[in-house]
Design a protein. Structure first.
Length: 315
């Protein structure tokens, strides 16, 4: 099938209403959308991505009254978080509505929901007029796409439409918070920092990486975010030996950066997050065999960055 490129959210939404797949920009990364209430459309989404069937999806909404189609209940802590962070890059895990197809939730009795704040995403979701299940718009395991060109690189001919927008703002996926536990539990660090969540609702639990509840969230069970090049984590780039087929990204400059095939020094964690996946793909295009990535202090957005780096480096 030929993948249609469009800048019209209405045109892109028409594909979703027909049960097809359309990629669209959000403030985090590009998502791949399917009508969450059509099991066959969601199954096609898993097939297009090569996504494991036990990896649950996040349902994207544009209006609070859509929650009743997707979730069975919204506890007070979730209401408070929606008031504070919606629309925005926060996904809440809530009890699923009985009629929500189980393929969306990988058979779980919970579902992740979020309200994107990106203007084009909101126009697209409004035109879809249905809850939209949407993981990142990449082949499973690859770096998440932060441009429509990256979506095209991975999924051209596998999906019906790509809604073209600019490069995404955050560059890392949404934070995932389980609101079915007391206190709520952080399942995936993301663009909303743990410190912000605690400032809004008080105590937030942080499980170990081997916690059995983690599969409630996308991006926690399977290898993710990995370029073709090997990713090696470094704490102090001053010890790095330059290699002609290597790339480097981090807050501090390495010695002899001109001897590296690609080198990208960023001023802060926000720029690091925004550029990370884009840099991974650039290194692949340049034929890098290894990418050295500096870990950052585990606070604020740094927690999400280190999570993505560790998963990309896993073999």
């Amino acid at each position: 099938m030929d993948t249609v490129l469009t800048s019209s959210p209405t045109e892109a939404a028409a594909f979703v209403r027909r049960g097809q797949l359309a990629a669209f920009p959000t403030e985090t990364v590009y998502g791949l959308g399917a009508d969450a209430l059509r099991p066959e459309a969601v199954e096609a989404l898993f097939e297009a991505k090569g996504r494991p069937a036990d990896n649950p999806l996040i349902v994207h909404l544009v209006a609070r009254d859509q929650l009743a189609q997707v979730v069975a209940a919204v506890p007070p802590v979730a209401e408070a978080l929606l008031d504070r962070f919606a629309p925005g890059p926060l996904t809440l895990i809530l009890p699923k509505a009985p009629d929500l197809p189980s393929v969306v939730t990988a058979g779980l009795d919970t579902v992740g929901v979020r309200f994107p704040r990106h203007d084009l995403a909101r126009a697209f979701l409004r035109a879809c007029d249905t809850p939209v299940a949407a993981p990142s718009a990449n082949r499973s395991g690859r770096p998440s796409p932060t441009t429509w060109q990256a979506v095209q690189e991975d999924l051209d001919g596998r999906i019906a439409c790509i809604l073209r927008g600019g490069r995404t703002e955050a560059g890392v996926e949404s934070t995932v918070l389980d609101c079915t536990t007391t206190p709520p539990t952080l399942l995936r660090p993301g663009a909303v920092a743990l410190e912000q969540l605690r400032g809004a609702v008080g105590t937030v639990a942080t499980p170990s990486k081997n916690d059995p509840e983690a599969p409630k969230s996308p991006g926690t069970k399977h290898r993710h975010y990995a370029p073709a090049a090997r990713v090696k984590l470094v704490r102090e780039p001053s010890t790095l030996e330059a290699e002609p087929t290597a790339g480097y990204i981090g807050l501090a400059a390495p010695p002899e950066p001109d001897r590296l095939r690609r080198c990208h020094v960023v001023p802060d964690a926000e720029a690091y997050a925004r550029d990370l996946f884009h840099f991974f793909r650039d290194c692949d295009h340049a034929g890098c065999s290894v990418i050295y990535a500096q870990v950052v202090p585990p606070e604020g957005l740094g927690r999400a960055l280190n999570d993505r780096l560790e998963r990309a480096a896993a073999r």
